[in-house]
Ligand binder design. Structure first.
Ligand code: XIL
Length: 391
């Protein structure tokens, strides 16, 4: 019903955010359901629970500190990822001095609200502490020392949260955006330590927490590049790693889409191909951005984008639902007001499922409908699990 209202109004309307009208806002409240995974609730987390999927979001401190955000976070999501709080630069800004406050607060929130946690991320070229990158640059940290500092970092962080992290994004963004693709030789870690550092990171993380599911995470690895070159390279590498016995349990496709490129046609097939290697799969950072009037209001400048945005979100979820080994679908933030998109992609926004006023957007209702149909429609979704976590 609400979707129909939007379509009818959206077709000729200049301003697409019809769902922010007071009547809609009031009605939208009824979609904010209690946290319990009770049958019949139409929250995203409860609908997903019925089909063996965890529905998640990235979280930043504002989400926990603002009651209205915290309520949506608890009500709608069953798995949370720290947006920044577990990155090396956040937890050890000064060498040997740790700040776990944001990460601890998120894990505690998740446990209070029956949510699992995706740890993010242990080995990445971005958001490293300055002391580390500067030390490497000026030669005071040698390649050998760099590898042992990483080992220490992984053991410290993974051990701290041992038994409380469902999935760890151990390694993030190592492949080239090129055709053919492959591991980027100029990546900070590869250039300094060689490619074996990735396998080592998985081995160390596994030793520190043998029950956590360890993921390789990257973007454009499910056909988003149009050529499938990156997916082919990641697939070949994962195969090789698994043949060598490296403890990799899952692959995460970030899922940062942009309406100007359209939806990739082989996402489900690519995800299934990873799963057929014996891996779990996950969508880890879903958002769908488009061009907007400005970062505060984030009204799409092309009114067709108000259809393309929820369409691409829905297609992405359907691709995930088609793969029984897909265990979680995580949005990279849930509200346009605090999304990373306006700060990173000039002129773009409108990327999440709640608008700048924390009202659900058409994408929210589309995802709700997709989840419900996966449980009740034909064909039903089968499979999915928490990968044995906690058992
Ligand atoms: C982003 C955060 O959302 C921003 O707040 C931060 O300034 C930069 O990083 N891929 C990833 C995430 O794996 O860690 C990134 O998160 C978004 C792209």
């Amino acid at each position: 019903m609400r979707r129909r209202t939007f379509l009818a109004m959206g077709a000729g309307a200049v301003a697409p955010l019809v769902l922010t009208a007071p009547a809609d806002a009031a009605a939208a409240q009824s979609h904010t359901t209690p946290a319990a995974d009770s049958a019949g609730s139409d929250s995203l987390r409860d609908l997903a629970a019925r089909i063996g999927l965890r529905f998640g979001t990235a979280v930043i401190p504002t989400d926990l500190d603002t009651p209205s955000y915290a309520a949506v976070l608890a009500d709608q999501f069953s798995v949370v990822t720290p947006g920044n709080a577990m990155k090396w630069g956040s937890v050890e800004p000064t060498q040997g001095q740790f700040d776990w406050s944001d990460a601890d607060a998120l894990v505690a929130f998740a446990e209070r609200n029956g949510q699992l946690v995706r740890g993010h991320t242990l080995l990445w070229h971005n958001q490293l502490p300055d002391w580390l990158t500067t030390g490497v640059q000026n030669g005071t940290i040698s390649a050998g020392e760099l590898a042992s500092l990483l080992k220490q970092h992984i053991f410290t962080e993974v051990t701290r949260y041992r038994g409380r992290i469902w999935q760890w994004d151990v390694a993030n963004e190592f492949f080239l955006d090129a055709n053919p693709s492959g591991i980027d030789p100029n990546n900070f870690w590869i250039a300094n330590c060689g490619t074996e550092i990735i396998a080592d990171a998985f081995r160390w993380a596994h030793e520190a927490d043998p029950h956590a599911l360890l993921f390789f995470n990257d973007y454009n690895i499910a056909g988003e590049d149009g050529t499938n070159a990156k997916s082919d390279a990641v697939y070949a590498w994962l195969r090789q790693m698994l043949a060598q016995g490296v403890p990799i349990h899952g692959v995460g496709d970030q899922g940062h889409l942009d309406t100007q490129y359209g939806f990739p046609t082989q996402m489900a097939a690519d995800l299934q191909r990873y799963a057929d290697l014996g891996l779990k799969v996950a969508i880890t950072e879903a958002d769908v951005r488009t061009f907007v009037d400005g970062p505060t209001t984030q009204v799409p400048t092309d009114h067709l984008a108000t259809f393309a945005q929820p369409y691409e979100f829905s297609q992405m979820l359907k691709a995930a639902l088609a793969v029984p080994e897909c265990i979680s679908f995580t949005c990279w933030g849930f509200c346009d007001a605090d999304s990373w998109i306006p700060g990173f992609f000039t002129g773009q926004g409108y990327g999440t499922i709640y608008d700048v006023n924390l009202q659900p957007k058409p994408a929210f209702y589309d995802l709700q409908q997709d989840l419900r149909l996966a449980a009740e429609g034909a064909p039903h979704r089968v499979g999915g699990s928490n990968g044995g976590f906690g058992s």
